[in-house]
Design a binder for this molecule. Structure first.
Ligand SMILES: Cc1cc2nc3c(=O)[nH]c(=O)nc-3n(C[C@H](O)[C@H](O)[C@H](O)COP(=O)(O)OP(=O)(O)OC[C@H]3O[C@@H](n4cnc5c(N)ncnc54)[C@H](O)[C@@H]3O)c2cc1C
Length: 430
């Protein structure tokens, strides 16, 4: 569904159930600050909040509304670690990088929980997420995944062999699952709105309806908007897939991709208990994965698919309903109240891109589908590097990012071709 207006949130279940939040005025005139953050999603607001906690004067500029991008539309799944497994990181980038990233793999999750507790954010937090295997190959991958994550300190994993997963998921689709008791799920728009309010309580300033159209690099940096200008000592670029033109060196090295979500009408208690008896979040192990969970008012929030390039299909319900009903035939014909899409940013190696454009302009983006936790980690690492402790930020910044094959013109068709192969492999159960 399109946004109800070009400057408003997309018409989603989250927007319809958002906690009250003020509409912040657009920037008019010139303002001065220590750090200007571009983009008010998890990355931008998390960075701004950490920086404000350090006592810095922070101004956030958001093109539309706080949480307008992926952060206010996603599946709400708190998934630990990164979109690339630690063993691949180890083999490609060496033991030191793997150890550094492994030590931070569960920190984003902890930051979210600290934020919720410290600032009293009401965002329907629930415990536990499952990785469900659709075939024997995927189950074997979960066995290895468990061993790896345990090696990096997650001791809250439970492997559900054979039909043991049925105590968690009322579907016949799977052959087993891995339960991460330390994961969870929440209302993502209410999380970012709560974090934005926390930022403002510390003196941070947010301007909505304020796209940054041009950056004049230098010391200080000047950021231009339609009716104003910010003069800042430092800048954080946090526009992710919704930002164009401000980070030219990375544009061929990342690719917007959209994924779609529906929310059913509220289910009766018995149906909700039948499909997700323990109320956890689930994602399957397919290359183009399905992900789902229950909302606080017992809607099934079901997402899936990826469109490379970032377009939504003509009918989101038409794309998602067959997946939902294949997983839960007992919900055939269920009413769908909301359907929406969102765009995230993919990188070639599926690892996030953290770095500096100049000595005083930092960026973090490209979480490749799993960004709820890592964007929160990014915010802390940006605040650390600005405080003169860059070791952890640089562990990410040192990872090379290759351009997508085919460049900006052909990256979409070539990636679709690659995905077609993996989809076929999933369909054949190999
Ligand atoms: C449908 C969907 C489902 C997902 N499900 C999950 C999930 O369940 N779990 C998970 O871990 N991850 C999930 N993700 C990924 C996750 O949501 C993202 O990785 C994460 O939210 C990225 O946060 P961000 O702040 O970097 O970017 P965004 O949230 O996209 O925020 C970027 C913001 O920058 C603003 N902006 C852009 N350009 C400018 C400019 N020039 N000037 C001012 N502002 C600008 C935009 O308006 C936007 O508000 C999902 C993504 C989508 C789209």
């Amino acid at each position: 569904m399109p946004a109800s207006a070009a400057t408003d949130h997309v018409a989603s279940y989250y927007a319809a159930s958002a906690n009250p939040a003020p509409e912040r005025p657009a920037l008019a005139g010139e303002t001065r600050c220590d750090v200007c953050v571009v983009g008010a999603g998890f990355t931008g607001i998390s960075a701004a909040l950490h920086l404000a906690e350090q006592g810095r004067r922070v101004v956030v500029l958001e093109a539309t509304r706080v949480g307008f991008g992926a952060s206010g539309r996603n599946g709400g799944q708190i998934v630990n670690s990164y979109s690339r497994d630690m063993d691949v990181i180890e083999s490609r980038y060496g033991a030191d990088t793997a150890r550094a990233l492994g030590d931070m793999a569960f920190e984003g999750n902890r930051i979210i929980r600290e934020r919720i507790a410290h600032y009293g954010i009401a965002c329907d937090l629930k415990e536990g997420n499952l990785f469900a295997a659709c075939n024997a190959r995927q189950f074997q991958a979960l066995v290895e995944h468990q061993a790896l994550w345990e090696r990096y300190g997650n001791d809250r994993l439970e492997l559900l062999e054979g039909r043991a997963y049925r105590r968690e998921i009322g579907s016949e689709r799977y052959v087993g699952a891995l339960l991460d008791h330390s994961g969870g799920h929440l209302h993502p728009l209410n999380l970012v709105l709560g974090e934005a309010a926390a930022l403002e309580s510390l003196g941070g300033v947010i301007h909505e309806h304020t796209p940054v159209t041009r950056i004049e690099h230098g010391e200080p940096v000047r950021l231009h908007t339609p009716q104003g200008r910010v003069v800042a000592d430092r800048v954080v670029l946090a526009g992710n897939a919704y930002m164009t033109g401000l980070l030219p060196p990375l544009e061929g090295r990342s690719m917007p991709a959209s994924t779609q979500v529906v929310a059913t009408a509220p289910l009766d208690e018995a149906s909700a208990r039948e499909i997700l008896p323990t109320d956890r979040a689930v994602e399957d192990g397919n290359y183009l994965l399905d992900y789902y969970r229950l909302s606080a008012d017992r809607r099934l929030i079901y997402g899936g698919g990826v469109n490379y390039g970032g377009q939504d299909p003509a009918s989101i319900e038409g794309a998602i309903r067959p997946k939902l009903e294949a997983t839960f035939p007992q919900l055939r014909g269920v009413a769908i109240d909301y359907a929406w899409g969102g765009t995230f940013l993919l990188t070639m190696n599926r690892l996030p891109q953290f770095g500096r454009l100049n000595a005083n302009v930092y960026y973090a983006q490209g979480y490749s589908g799993h960004g709820v936790t890592c964007s929160h980690l990014a915010g802390r690492l940006i605040a650390e590097v600005m405080a003169g402790h860059g070791e952890r930020f640089d562990a990410f910044a040192g990872i090379p990012h290759l351009p997508f094959p085919g460049g900006r013109m052909l990256r979409v068709p070539l990636t679709r071709l690659g995905a077609w192969y993996y989809r076929l492999r999933d369909a054949l159960g190999r």
